[in-house]
Write a new protein. Structure first.
Length: 441
């Protein structure tokens, strides 16, 4: 029997502007790096087609997921939604997919932070800077750092302004012939291979839905806050994509001088226009780091909460549900997540790390849309402070694109897929073994 969550103790304080800041801030690092590796797979046209498909998916997904967050305001996110809608087995799979997304995304961002700092401090290895970032921000979370929505809003405004300034400087130098240069090197197969990198443009926005129950006037606030956030991200995505690839062709922002792939495409594009020694180059790269840090810190925080809820509910080792007696934070969950993240970043394989995170996200999206449809049909009395429009077309569209993307990523990235499926299978078997006899189909 489905139960209804209550939120009597929650205080509604978030305005549309604050939700915009959170939604944009958690995701904005995707504009700074990672997506450019999709150009290597599909070229300019291949990644552009993949990005168009993914934009449609996120537009359909965002509001459907917000409805779930308002109806079931729990820290576990999709884990809690699936537990009510589909039962414990699917809840475990959904929760693990969410962990994988949130735990594997930060290492990729940390590597990009290292790459950006390395432009100014080439004597310090990228991995060392990334490791330092992990230690600092995990430590801040453990001792009880509280990133207020106002602070997140300010740092997000800086990051958005930086992207707009980047586009304003670089777009005049962009040329149509550069966009056409080797635009479709791998044909249709390249579109499918580029999908995980198109998703990276928007990965993480779903984490903000977990605070939807704290929004003032949910119907209006979520519609404006989430809608403006996804619209902002779409505009920034199109501007950044066009400006960066149009200045000298896609190869110029994928490969460094030594032929290796780059985790900092925007500085590469900007350097073609103003030169690496120009004051604007240093200013924009410095401000860009704030965007990376905002997403990095936010995802560490979200991962800690998700992992803590998993352990607290008994779906993972109980140690994950430990709360530090002095700082009142999930310190052990944060430390375990950090160790996994550091192990991933030390591989130096940003593309593979992104793909594993994307596989988790796509699994989460598909299961969440099934939960949303099932709860609408079988739990009509569930209180819904916010009701998503275009039901069932929107969740069905998001589910279909997520499933097609999931299959495409699995077929085009077999190594990361094997690693992802192994993590899911081993953890699920361990879950069944430890809870045998206590779970019904």
């Amino acid at each position: 029997m489905l139960k209804q969550s209550t939120s009597a103790g929650l205080k509604r304080t978030l305005t549309p502007l604050m939700l915009w800041g959170l939604g944009t801030g958690y995701v904005i690092s995707g504009m700074y790096f990672g997506w450019n590796l999709g150009l290597e797979k599909g070229g300019t046209l291949g990644l552009a087609i993949a990005t168009g498909i993914i934009i449609l998916m996120y537009l359909a997904f965002t509001f459907s997921y917000a409805e779930l967050a308002c109806a079931i305001p729990q820290a576990g996110g999709v884990f809690d939604y699936a537990h009510q809608a589909l039962g414990p087995r699917w809840a475990f799979i959904a929760g693990m997919a969410q962990h994988i997304e949130f735990i594997f995304a930060p290492p990729a961002i940390a590597l990009s932070i290292g790459a950006y700092f390395n432009l100014f401090l080439p004597q310090i290895p990228v991995a060392a800077i990334a490791l330092a970032a992990y230690l600092v921000f995990t430590g801040l979370n453990i001792i009880g750092v509280r990133t207020a929505a106002v602070f997140e809003l300010l740092i997000t405004i800086l990051a958005v302004a930086e992207l707009l300034l980047f586009a304003g400087i670089v777009l005049p130098a962009a040329r149509w012939e550069h966009l056409q240069q080797n635009a479709f090197p791998n044909g249709v197969a390249g579109v499918f291979a580029a999908l995980p990198f198109a998703i990276w443009f928007f990965l993480g926005i779903e984490g903000v839905a977990n605070v939807a129950e704290e929004a003032i006037e949910p119907q209006r606030t979520i519609r404006i806050g989430f809608g403006s956030a996804i619209l902002t991200l779409v505009v920034l995505c199109l501007l950044t994509f066009t400006a960066a690839t149009g200045v000298a062709g896609w190869e110029a922002i994928v490969y460094k001088a030594d032929g290796s792939t780059s985790d900092s495409p925007l500085p590469l594009a900007l350097g073609k226009v103003v030169g690496a020694g120009h004051p604007l180059f240093h200013l924009l790269v410095t401000v860009g780091i704030f965007g990376l840090v905002a997403s990095f810190h936010g995802l560490i925080l979200a991962a800690g909460r998700s992992t803590y809820e998993f352990g607290r509910a008994g779906f993972g080792p109980r140690v994950l549900g430990y709360i530090h007696p002095r700082f009142r934070t999930p310190s052990k969950a944060l430390l375990i997540n950090m160790c996994i993240g550091i192990a991933a970043l030390l591989t130096g394989r940003t593309g593979e790390i992104i793909t594993i995170s994307v596989l988790g996200a796509l699994t989460l999206y598909a299961i969440a849309m099934v939960c949303m449809i099932r709860l609408r049909l079988y739990a009509p009395a569930l209180a819904r402070p916010f009701r998503a429009p275009l039901f069932p077309i929107a969740p069905a569209t998001a589910f279909l694109i997520a499933m097609i993307s999931l299959v495409a990523v699995c077929l085009s990235a077999q190594g990361p897929t094997l690693a992802y499926l192994t993590i899911l299978a081993v953890s699920f078997l361990a879950f069944l073994w430890t809870r045998r006899g206590r779970i019904s189909l």
